[in-house]
Design a protein. Structure first.
Length: 426
């Protein structure tokens, strides 16, 4: 937005700030949040405090630096109010879980470490954050964030003290951070219609089991090497000799577990049906898909299924849970290329495909959050500063989303939205 567009929505922005920053106790701090949001939304390549202050007529660099980096206002209640406000507006079909990276120099920014950096597609020095977004075919918005602390930060007392990492915060795997974010949203009385995620999360049997334990349905990506039993496979137990424990039923007879890529390819291309799931920027998004029921195999899925059955029924009959395997075989490919698991009840393939592909919205959000609103432009180093910056960027994104969703809205898209085109692989 240029300065004229920002000024045109000043009154609406003031009402928005009064609502979502109502938990911020001081009037001057709420005024600074209004100022920061205007700076984040205004056109400009850099969204650092210095750059924003130079563009704002009321921008005071020292004051804004203190508000974002040193002020003690609590970002969590602000995120809660944003989430509760935006979920009904987005009309979410799903909540998307993913993580985003921020390349960084040095080693003193909170959470920075050499690790895989998705922004660069390789190992690099960076920060990583896990986020949960409400998504529909037409809108989306971040609901919650978790900053990932690599293992080397767990016992690094010097860096933890200098960046203000809370004592009770340590290293947790990204899939656990995603569950933590979902659990916090549940305490805000917000429950997902279902969760979608890529293979970085969906391949993890513990993540899928944790969603099932929370009674959250899912459609998650997996790799082609994940092994499954056919839906009609039956476990069997050897005859008991009368000594020792009774043998546990297992899938001991053929068919043996098979990789999902092999199972889908064996069905043949003719078994895949053509599905169009949405209109792309240039043409309808269409490919060929197959959905079959399977039972995820392997040691970890078996142990998780056994633990869940024993906890609920006191015993386990050896039967692995049924889920849907969705496979995609695009035109021009000699084999299926993408795979998902879902525990949704009987669902038409077009709807299952639409939900599997709806994760493109989170990539759209990341582009706008980073390139349009400066999510990755934070120049501070502290734990509180990062979370306050991410919350302010989330608020700016939420306000722009409201403007786009408003009836007869005459608001130009942000620069990042105008220039970004969803990937045709989603």
């Amino acid at each position: 937005m240029d300065a004229h567009e920002v000024n045109r929505v000043r009154a609406e922005l003031a009402l928005f700030v009064a609502d979502v920053f109502a938990s911020v106790p001081r009037k001057d701090q709420r005024a600074k949040s209004d100022c920061c949001l205007r700076g984040l939304m205004m056109d400009g390549r850099r969204k650092s405090i210095q750059a924003m202050a130079s563009r704002l007529p009321d921008g005071n660099e020292q004051s804004l630096q203190q508000f974002v980096n040193q002020s003690t206002w609590d970002a969590v209640p602000v995120r809660r109010l944003i989430a509760k406000r935006m979920v009904p507006q987005v009309g979410a079909d799903a909540w998307a879980v993913d993580d985003v990276s921020f390349p960084k120099d040095g080693r003193m920014s909170v959470g920075v470490a050499p690790q895989y950096c998705g922004a660069l597609g390789k190992q690099a020095n960076c920060q990583v954050a896990v986020s949960v977004h409400a998504v529909s075919d037409t809108a989306s918005c971040p609901l919650n964030w978790r900053l990932f602390l690599p293992p080397q930060w767990a016992d690094d007392a010097v860096r933890r003290r200098r960046t203000g990492v809370p004592k009770d915060v340590g290293h947790r795997e990204k899939w656990r951070l995603a569950l933590d974010a979902l659990d916090e949203l549940a305490t805000w009385q917000l429950v997902p219609p279902l969760v979608v995620a890529d293979a970085g999360y969906g391949q993890n049997a513990d993540f899928r089991a944790a969603l099932a334990e929370r009674e959250i349905r899912y459609v998650v990506g997996i790799r082609g090497d994940l092994t499954v039993q056919p839906h009609d496979a039956v476990p069997a137990a050897p005859a008991w000799s009368g000594n020792g424990r009774r043998p546990v039923p297992r899938y001991r007879r053929p068919p043996l577990p098979v990789a999902v890529a092999e199972l889908a390819a064996a069905a043949g291309r003719d078994a895949f049906a053509e599905v169009t799931w949405r209109e792309g920027s240039r043409s309808p998004m269409t490919s060929r898909f197959l959905a079959v029921q399977v039972r995820p195999a392997g040691v970890r899925p078996r142990r998780l299924a056994q633990a869940a059955a024993v906890a609920e029924h006191g015993r386990w009959d050896g039967v692995l849970p049924l889920v849907w395997l969705l496979a995609e075989w695009p035109d021009g490919e000699d084999k299926p290329t993408r795979f998902w698991l879902s525990d949704l009840p009987d669902t038409p393939i077009p709807e299952l495909v639409r939900l599997a592909k709806i994760r493109w919205r989170i990539e759209h959000d990341y582009r706008e959050l980073k390139h349009g609103l400066g999510l990755d432009h934070f120049e501070g180093r502290s734990w509180n500063g990062w979370h306050q910056h991410a919350t302010l960027v989330t608020a700016a994104h939420a306000f722009l989303t409201e403007q786009r969703l408003a009836p007869k809205a005459d608001t130009a898209d942000s620069p990042s939205t105008r220039s970004s085109t969803p990937s045709r692989t989603c």
